[in-house]
Ligand binder design. Structure first.
Ligand code: SAM
Ligand code: SF4
Length: 334
């Protein structure tokens, strides 16, 4: 079986799948307060998700990241993880992982470890309980901190993902870095992207470039660039005094598209081959129309990959959020 290669000779071996559009938080940069969610029949069932992911594994996907919305609020999601673990056992899949807000980790950390998950990304922008409630609207910090602790106790390697927000967590930079060092957690900062329905002006006000974040770190630490890349938008720096490796995801200030190895699937089975472009194809139709024959699905996947664009068009440089996407991050799963 030939692997998935796009028109720019990029090998696609990383799949991110959103398993729900729902969430128990309402982060301001991701969702509006009153979201309307999809009716259940629109969503891929857990069995359809299994078939879809397994087909991608058959076509050469080695790394699978489950996301959302909040993946751990999808009912029955543990049966999906249990089922996916068979691909880890055969070695066809090298990594099964998830991105979560952490709210349900206290409940599920041990089960996740048992299914073969070894790393989780937990999104956490602030260690201040009031600010946490402000940015997530519905979230509560102690619950997430208990989730992080449960995950590390279960043997999961935890990476904290923090969205860099000016006039919000910029004042906490050294607290966040220090906390992650103390707890032996990996840390990645993400530049806020022009997604969702907040106005452009709000987003520009919040935009804290990671170039500036790096410069702020250098006020206290010796910071060196690392050459390692993982095929995604993250670059890494080392804080020499603490030995920490910190990831910087800078979709807006650095073009990372040339090494892009990933595609995304929404909870309705749409495939997005570029986070920053509107173009998508429907995989639910071939899934549902041919329940016993994967050939149509495989052809639809190959056809979608053949349309993967060269890169995205996000650009803040002209002081307006060009290339702004109308869809929410919770739709494509980040
Ligand atoms: N609910 C899970 C979580 O929060 O980790 C998974 C889904 S969430 C959409 C995935 C990631 O996208 C989170 O780390 C979140 O901070 C990030 N995100 C959401 N909206 C964003 C935006 N406008 N710009 C940058 N990152 C964003
Ligand atoms: Fe939910 Fe994650 Fe979006 Fe926050 S970033 S609203 S936790 S999906």
């Amino acid at each position: 079986m030939s692997s998935l290669i796009d028109p720019f000779a990029r090998s696609i071996d990383y799949l991110r799948v959103s398993v729900t559009d729902r969430c128990d938080f309402r982060c301001v940069y991701c969702m509006s307060e009153n979201m309307s969610f999809l009716p259940k029949k629109e969503l891929l069932t857990l069995e359809e998700l299994d078939r879809l992911c397994s087909t991608f594994v058959k076509l050469g996907v080695k790394k699978l990241r489950i996301t959302g919305g909040e993946p751990l609020v999808r009912r029955g999601i543990m049966t999906f993880f249990e089922s996916m673990s068979r691909h880890l056992e055969t070695g066809d899949l090298q990594e099964l992982t998830l991105t979560t807000n952490g709210s349900q980790l206290e409940k599920y950390a041990d089960q996740l470890y048992a299914t073969g998950v070894r790393r989780v990304n937990v999104s956490l922008d602030t260690l201040d309980p009031d600010k946490f409630a402000e940015i997530t609207r519905w979230g509560r910090l102690p619950q997430v901190l208990r989730g992080v602790e449960a995950a590390t106790n279960a043997g999961l390697r935890v990476k904290i993902n923090a969205v860099a927000l000016k006039n919000f967590n910029d004042v906490e930079l050294f607290d966040l870095v220090g906390w992650c060092a103390d707890q032996d957690l990996d840390l990645t900062f993400i530049e806020v992207m022009p997604m969702g329905d907040l106005g452009n002006e709000d987003r520009l006000d919040q935009y804290w470039s990671l170039k500036n974040l790096r410069a702020n770190l250098e006020e206290r630490f010796t910071v060196n660039d690392l050459t390692e890349r993982t095929g995604g938008p993250a670059r890494y720096i080392r804080v020499e005094e603490t030995g920490q490796k910190i990831g910087l995801i800078t979709p807006l200030t650095h073009n990372f598209c040339e090494s892009c190895n990933r595609v995304r699937i929404t909870c309705t089975g749409e495939i997005f081959t570029c986070l920053g472009q509107e173009g998508s194809s429907d995989l639910r139709e071939p899934l549902r129309a041919f329940p016993d024959n994967d050939l149509h699905l495989e052809n639809a996947i190959r056809a979608a990959i053949a349309l993967k664009p060269k890169g995205h068009d996000f650009d803040y440089s002209r002081q307006q959020a060009d290339g702004q996407m109308s869809r929410h991050m919770s739709h494509t799963g980040g």
